[in-house]
Design a protein around this ligand. Structure first.
Ligand SMILES: NC(=O)c1ccc[n+]([C@@H]2O[C@H](COP(=O)([O-])OP(=O)(O)OC[C@H]3O[C@@H](n4cnc5c(N)ncnc54)[C@H](OP(=O)(O)O)[C@@H]3O)[C@@H](O)[C@H]2O)c1
Length: 230
């Protein structure tokens, strides 16, 4: 294939690699529709010679039991400004999925990661977006987002002091029953993407000497919820 979209959860990547082997040759563009900031590093070893294009996925989609997909909002992707993105833009031109190319992809990806990280609190509470209207959850979310912001900036993301508040505003404006894919996985007893959505912030923080006290509580609880034992 000239172009492959990889859209499995990070927890399913290993099991999906036979597809990559079958579909890719050197030069195949592999566009990774996954959360996180580590897509290139995690996928590149499975597709030698192929450019790996990470995509920030902005649309909330939830598979339904009847096989349909509930899409809240418009389908939109952000890609990095690299030559291989051109093939993705061309393939999706004129479709329902709009695409933009970001000159500063790092900042866009870290902003989305912050949104994903704080969404993990829904797993721990067992509640959907409505919980962000509580004052105590709002304050916890802001504190967690500010912790993430410090790590994001150390990773060269250019994000202002207003970003944590904007992300909280987003969750507070969501329909009360709007969830997040990591919550749906929890509800179905599936493994959670806690490494790419939350632990990465703790790890990168550690590498920069930044303390992450909220991550240090959130991450082990998500990890245990995902992987047990017990
Ligand atoms: N859902 C969202 O709203 C959303 C938004 C932004 C980003 N993301 C990110 O996008 C990524 C994908 O999430 P998702 O919500 O789309 O996941 P999903 O609904 O669980 O879909 C994963 C798909 O991968 C397939 N799959 C799993 N293992 C496979 C294998 N070994 N071989 C072939 N196909 C396999 C599954 O098929 P079966 O159903 O047959 O198992 C399913 O169709 C995640 O990193 C997530 O964080 C999701």
């Amino acid at each position: 294939m000239d172009l492959v979209f990889l859209a499995v959860k990070s927890t399913q990547l290993e099991a999906a690699t036979p597809w990559l082997t079958a579909l890719c040759r050197p030069g195949t563009v592999v566009c990774v529709l996954q959360n996180g900031v580590n897509q290139e590093a995690s996928v590149a070893p499975y597709v030698p010679g192929s450019p790996v294009v990470p995509a920030v996925v902005w649309f909330p989609a939830q598979a339904q039991p009847d096989g349909s997909v509930l899409l809240r909002g418009d389908a939109h992707l952000t890609l990095p400004d690299v030559p291989a993105s051109g093939m993705v833009l061309e393939a999706l031109r004129g479709t329902w999925c709009s695409v933009d190319v970001a000159a500063d992809f790092t900042s866009v990806a870290w902003r989305k990661l912050m949104q994903n990280a704080v969404a993990g609190l829904m797993v721990l509470a067992g509640r959907r977006s409505g919980m962000f209207s509580r004052d105590d959850i709002a304050q916890l979310s802001l504190n967690y987002l500010r912790e993430c912001l410090g790590v994001a900036r150390a990773e060269n993301a250019v994000l202002g002091d207003e970003v944590p508040r904007e992300i909280l505003d987003y969750f507070q404006a969501n329909p009360a029953d709007a969830g997040t894919s990591i919550l749906y996985d929890r509800e179905m007893g599936h493994p959670l993407e806690w490494i790419i959505r939350n632990d990465v912030i703790r790890q990168r923080g550690r590498s920069h000497g930044i303390s992450t006290p909220i991550s240090d509580v959130v991450v082990p609880l998500l990890a245990a919820g995902s992987d047990g034992p017990g």
